[in-house]
Design a protein around this ligand. Structure first.
Ligand code: G3H
Ligand code: 13P
Ligand code: ZN
Length: 338
């Protein structure tokens, strides 16, 4: 199966009450880890690349790696998604590179730092929707701001400040109606990166009630949770055990994500958990086999550690077992459906 529009995966997930993890990638081992987990669990997959990832891979390496994944796993539906596009230009260049889905993150201005006004967000998102849907490409928008900064992307809000930028459910209704997005990323108090919460989060800092209210108002809109790594304590412990430094921190518990899935969340973004898993595995090799210098000897365990995380999320979110149930739809066919 060639790469499919993300909308096809989201629609199937909504019809069958499950969620899909969207994993970030930057290199071959990460793509292999996701595909191995997808193969084992028979899961459809969303693989996403940030602007930083596209820069790191010079687009061409990434494009060919994704095509290799599709060639080697013809029975797995794969959507290739631009994560946090900062401008219509970024989204259009992703479409040119063969991405089947783009995020126009107009919650921030094009600098990827400054919280943007509502009208700006509507205007750039609408512009991307028009161009993308003509080609059958899916569009995710974002309303509200997350905390943290990843590779220069993000308003740099503290967890407390992020609580002042939660998605407004009434505005969400207007945003979806005016832009025509396929999916909406919502801000509910999470942050990108490892440092999300100082203790296991409760409803005052991880505001799941916002999702419930948006889903009540927009039952047909696919919702997206960003900053949704669970930051497992055991992964932090492995990094610490082998010489790394990680402060005390807590992520988004899987049970809260499942609560989101019961309330319209169809895409769950996970990057940090995979970074932690790979880093712990590499540190372990470096600490325990000091004479080792063959990259395969530490990249293979890193790949295996990431695969374990992907497997666990695919199973917990319910996407496992659904690969063969999806209709193989192309972007061309999807364009006709809008
Ligand atoms: O948006 C956050 C993702 O974790 C991507 O991070 O920009 O460092 O690739 P990155
Ligand atoms: P995490 O940092 O929680 O993995 O979030 C990733 C993300 O939201 C990518 O867009
Ligand atoms: Zn994100």
């Amino acid at each position: 199966m060639s790469l499919v529009p993300m909308r096809v995966l989201l629609d199937h997930a909504a019809e069958n009450d499950y969620g899909l993890a969207a994993f970030n990638v930057n290199n071959m081992e990460q793509i292999q880890a996701i595909m191995a987990a997808a193969e084992e669990t028979e899961s459809p997959v969303i693989i996403q690349a940030s602007r930083g990832a596209r820069d790191y891979t010079n687009d061409a390496y990434l494009r060919h790696l994704m095509l290799a994944a599709a060639e080697l796993h013809p029975q797995i539906p794969i959507a290739m998604h631009q994560d946090h596009g900062n401008s219509p230009e970024t989204c259009l260049s992703a479409i040119e590179q063969g991405f089947t889905s783009v995020m126009m993150d107009g919650s921030l201005e094009a600098d990827g730092k400054t919280p943007a006004g509502f009208e700006y967000n509507v205007q750039v998102t609408r512009q991307v929707v028009e161009a993308a849907h003509a080609r059958g490409v899916t569009v995710e928008g974002e309303l509200g701001c997350l905390g943290g900064v990843e590779d220069g992307h993000g308003a740099g809000l503290s967890s407390a400040e992020a609580l002042k930028h939660l998605t407004d459910p009434a505005q969400a209704e207007e945003f979806v109606a005016r832009t025509g997005v396929d999916a909406l990323a919502v801000a509910i108090g999470t942050s990108h990166g490892a440092y999300k919460f100082t203790k296991k989060p409760t409803g005052d800092v991880l505001v799941m009630s916002v999702i419930e209210e948006i889903h009540r108002r927009l039952p047909k809109t696919h919702l997206v949770m960003h900053g949704s790594s669970s930051v497992p304590q055991e992964l932090l412990d492995i990094i610490r055990k082998y010489g790394g430094e990680m402060r005390e921190t807590y992520g988004v518990p899987v049970e809260e994500i499942r609560r989101g899935i019961a309330n319209g969340v169809r895409k769950i973004n996970v990057d940090t958990d995979n970074r932690l898993a790979m880093t712990g595995a590499i540190r372990k090799v470096f600490a325990t086999k000091k004479g080792e210098f063959d990259p395969r000897k530490y990249l293979a365990p890193a790949r295996e550690a990431m695969k374990r995380v992907c497997l666990a999320r695919m199973t917990a979110f319910g996407q496992a077992g659904n690969a063969a149930k999806l209709n193989p739809t192309t972007c061309r066919e999807m364009a006709g459906a809008y």
